[in-house]
Design a protein around this ligand. Structure first.
Ligand SMILES: [Zn+2]
Length: 346
């Protein structure tokens, strides 16, 4: 079986396409085996290649978290899925037995793990995973769109709907609209009836964000986005800020945030250590919200929007598996707008 692997951490030259991987076998009767048609890249993959603290890989380690595929084998205890069904993969696995899981909050599971990071990934021909981690979609689903959808959109849904609870008419500021989670946040915020301002350092990306539904744009190069948002909102500030940048943007995010505002984050690409003035936090009655991945109910919700065509991920380019490293190089360059997808099979 073919797959894109690493056997040591480092730069993208560590990526190795192998053809000697073993086809995985079902490990329990609640699992399914999926033949992967397309897999999509996430920034997480770059972190995995570079090495993450407390995450140990077993070479040859298959990377990748997102995928569309068809069911190849079904465990005896699985119902509602059959061989040949086209499915989307939720890469977040939980033990389904702890108190958080039993309360329906799988991403809080103490044994939560992610395909490609803690478990073998999706940039390969077949994968075994719990049936609870797949959802059936139409046989005519575009495999690239399906692969590009789940991780970003599920993450964004939990951030905006469950955590920040965006309601119609609210003003949402989203940093760095080139990223997959940011683009999914834009689409979901518009679906919720919000007014959305997005930032980028690239005017061409801002134009494309307008086509995706953004109401206002800011080129954040050399700009104090916090002050700009105060000026644009007659000093009121915005209701929700989506900040996945961290150190470089946190202070400006808080300047932009109005009273009763919510700042929601699922990462800090520029660095993890941020400073918050507690006096402004309590006086303005802000909520600082962390979020990661999504639970089963949120997976159901986003897949329903996907099936109905209301949420569709922008795709930058689709690469054959033989050129998968080029997809990683493009992601590392930050030039893409939309998801980078690797086609595994026809
Ligand atoms: Zn659990």
């Amino acid at each position: 079986m073919r797959g894109l692997t690493i056997s040591a951490h480092g730069g993208l030259d560590r990526l190795e396409l192998r053809d000697d991987l073993a086809v995985p076998a079902l490990g329990s009767d609640t699992q399914v085996r999926v033949r992967i048609i397309a897999a999509a890249l996430n920034h997480l993959d770059l972190f995995v290649v570079g090495g993450l603290p407390n995450v140990r890989i077993v070479p040859p380690w298959v990377i990748g978290s997102d995928a569309t595929g068809t069911i190849e084998e079904v465990g005896a205890a699985v119902s509602g899925l059959g061989v040949g069904d086209r499915v989307l993969v939720n890469p977040g696995l939980s033990d389904r037995t702890c108190a958080y899981c039993l309360a329906g909050e799988q991403p809080l599971c103490a044994r939560f793990s992610i395909l490609g990071e803690h478990l073998p990934g999706t940039l390969t021909e077949q994968i075994v995973l719990p049936a609870a981690n797949v959802r059936r979609v139409g046989a005519d689903t575009d495999p690239a769109e399906g692969a590009a959808f789940t991780l970003s959109t599920l993450t964004a849904w939990r951030m905006l709907v469950t955590r920040a609870q965006v309601v119609p008419g609210e003003h949402v500021l989203i940093w760095g609209i080139g990223g997959g989670v940011a683009q999914a946040c834009l689409q979901i915020a518009k679906l919720r009836g919000a007014h959305v301002t997005v930032t980028s350092g690239n005017d061409a990306k801002l134009e494309r964000a307008v086509a995706l539904g953004a109401d206002e744009t800011i080129n954040h190069g050399g700009m104090d986005v916090g002050k700009e948002m105060r000026a644009r909102t007659q000093k009121r500030g915005v209701d929700v800020v989506v900040d996945t940048v961290g150190e470089a943007t946190w202070a400006q995010s808080l300047v932009a945030l109005g009273r009763r505002g919510r700042l929601v984050t699922c990462g800090g690409t520029s660095g993890p250590m941020v400073t918050t003035d507690v006096r402004r936090l309590f006086w303005n009655q802000w909520s600082i919200l962390g979020s990661t991945m999504g639970n089963d109910a949120e997976f159901d919700a986003v897949v329903e929007h996907f099936r109905a065509g209301r949420l569709r991920p922008p795709i930058d380019r689709v690469y054959p598996l033989d050129d998968a490293r080029a997809a990683f190089e493009r992601m590392a360059s930050g030039e893409q707008f939309g998801k980078l997808v690797v086609r595994i099979a026809s």
